[in-house]
Design a binder for this molecule. Structure first.
Ligand SMILES: [Zn+2]
Length: 265
């Protein structure tokens, strides 16, 4: 799935996680940023595909050619280590360590409030990271056979092909609407602690439910292994589905937005 959808979904998951942990006292914008970072991080393994990689980092680390590494089966290839639960937990632990969680927990005099405060950022990052992994399960198996969710086990998970790699405009829009809804949810007063925690949980569940329903609306099967000889036909089929699912004006708006994006969307 494209990086924009992953980042928006991560932001939503991060904000919801923060509100669920700290209620109405959560700093939602900061948590959304941590969640968005979590939504971005797994695809750091696509860096080997960036123009100039072979001549710079690839040469320095003797990782060449980047395009083959990207599509390969190394632990640092796309959809491998960084797309695992271990990496998700590791990234959250690194953030927790950097923010001083161990001091909050083990330092002089355990302070529950401080511990909870410090927990928010790694939890938001973790939520965004995990939602990225879920999002990738529904894309095609392609050359990887899924994602190496259970690293260091070799088993590849997902690759179901329920959605195409790109132009899942409907999912993006639902998650964007979820982010807007989160803005409203975060206005719940501090005097309503139960509501402040229950609403973001319900909002996240609703967004996931609607996204699942939209995936069911897809009539095309995008499941393929290895290289797809009809890659561009599948791309066209996914655009046709967006044209069918979205109102015409919204579809045209998203096509324009897609064209303006510097990365595949
Ligand atoms: Zn990914």
């Amino acid at each position: 799935m494209d990086i924009f959808t992953h980042v928006v979904a991560g932001g939503l998951a991060g904000g919801c996680a923060a509100l669920m942990i700290r209620g109405a006292t959560a700093r939602v914008a900061a948590a959304c940023s941590w969640g968005a970072l979590g939504g971005f991080l797994p695809d750091i393994d696509a860096a080997t595909r960036v123009p100039g990689f072979d001549a710079s980092i690839g040469r320095w680390l003797q990782l060449q050619p980047g395009e083959l590494i990207y599509a390969g089966g190394e632990w640092y290839s796309h959809h491998h280590f960084t797309h695992s639960l271990v990496a998700a937990l590791g990234a959250a632990l690194v953030v927790a360590g950097l923010l001083g969680l161990e001091r909050a927990v083990l330092g002089a005099g355990y302070d529950r409030a401080r511990t909870v405060r410090v927990l928010v950022a790694p939890s938001a990052l973790l939520a965004g990271y995990l939602l990225h992994l879920v999002g990738d399960l529904v894309t095609p198996a392609s050359v990887w056979g899924g994602v190496q969710l259970l690293w260091p086990l070799d088993t590849m998970v997902g690759g179901w092909g329920w959605a195409w790699w790109f132009n899942n405009y409907d999912l993006f829009l639902v998650q964007l609407a979820g982010l807007a809804g989160l803005g409203l949810v975060s206005l719940v007063p501090r005097t309503r602690p139960v509501l402040a925690r229950a609403l973001p949980a319900s909002l996240l569940a609703l967004v996931l439910l609607v996204c699942s329903a939209l995936l069911q609306l897809r009539e095309h099967d995008y499941a393929y292994r290895g290289h797809a000889p009809d890659y561009w036909a599948l791309e066209e089929a996914s655009l046709d589905e967006q044209r069918r699912i979205l109102p015409p004006e919204l579809y045209e708006l998203m096509i324009g937005f897609d064209a303006a994006m510097p990365l595949p969307f």
